[in-house]
Design a protein around this ligand. Sequence first.
Ligand code: SF4
Length: 294
Amino acid sequence: FTPSLEPQATWCPGCGDFGVLKALKQAMPEVGRTPDETLLVTGIGCSGKLSSYFQSYGFHSIHGRSLPVARAAKLANPDLEVIAAGGDGDGYGIGGNHFMHTARENHDMTYIVFDNEIFGLTKGQTSPTSPKGHKSKTQPRGNAKSPIRPLSLSLTSGATYVARTAAVNPNQAKEILAEAMEHDGFAHVDFLTQCPTWNKDAKQYVPYIDVQDSDDYDFDVHDRREAMEAMHDAEDALYEGKVLTGRFYVNDERPSYQQEKQSTGDMPETPLAERYFDDDYEWERSYDFLDRHK
Ligand code: SF4
């Protein structure tokens, strides 16, 4: 891995992706993690640039595959703070299978999905979260299908922390990202990011309602049934122009994949990353391998 050098971000002016970067930068000191203790893995899309702009170790992987790379890194080095990120097309479409199974296995990491309801980098095609009727180059007469329900999908798959925040709400976003990073298990944050270049409807993200601050919403985030109902309402409301954000589900009881594997003795006592660097034999084997494949 190479440490990111934090170059000037090239997202379009007004892009919600700046909000994710800002919130993440502000959340890091709150969790007490330094750049050399953190790995940020991204997929492909405008969101994929995050690993270049954020100061930490970075890995820009392939389309929809940030989660398997993040899982491997966390297993090899459990002390790393691992964050995976992708867009709604990248994460819920191409990488939907990885999303479901990483949640099911409750891998200890934070997964941020930049949800702008379109494919941005490839110029605005319909994505899994595009509303029904949304017009794009790929669906010029309007999207015939209903969007997926990312929060509900996350909960039913097995995620133990599920939240939604928005780029227009930097304070809430920072708090949610900090909580997600501190959570032991799979923490999924559906991050609403406006794309003013290809999805003018993104203005629907203002104003938002924080379900934890509003008297109209009263549910226990630790109760699975209540959380499911609240998510369902939030997903319906989004496409009716009402943006509900906040924590929807928190389960601190279920052990993470790493904790379960440790309890059954399946995880080596010395992490793979440490063994690799301490063991001359492993280094020699690696050099031999590289020599053979020159
Ligand atoms: Fe952001 Fe959209 Fe521009 Fe991509 S195309 S950088 S998502 S505004």
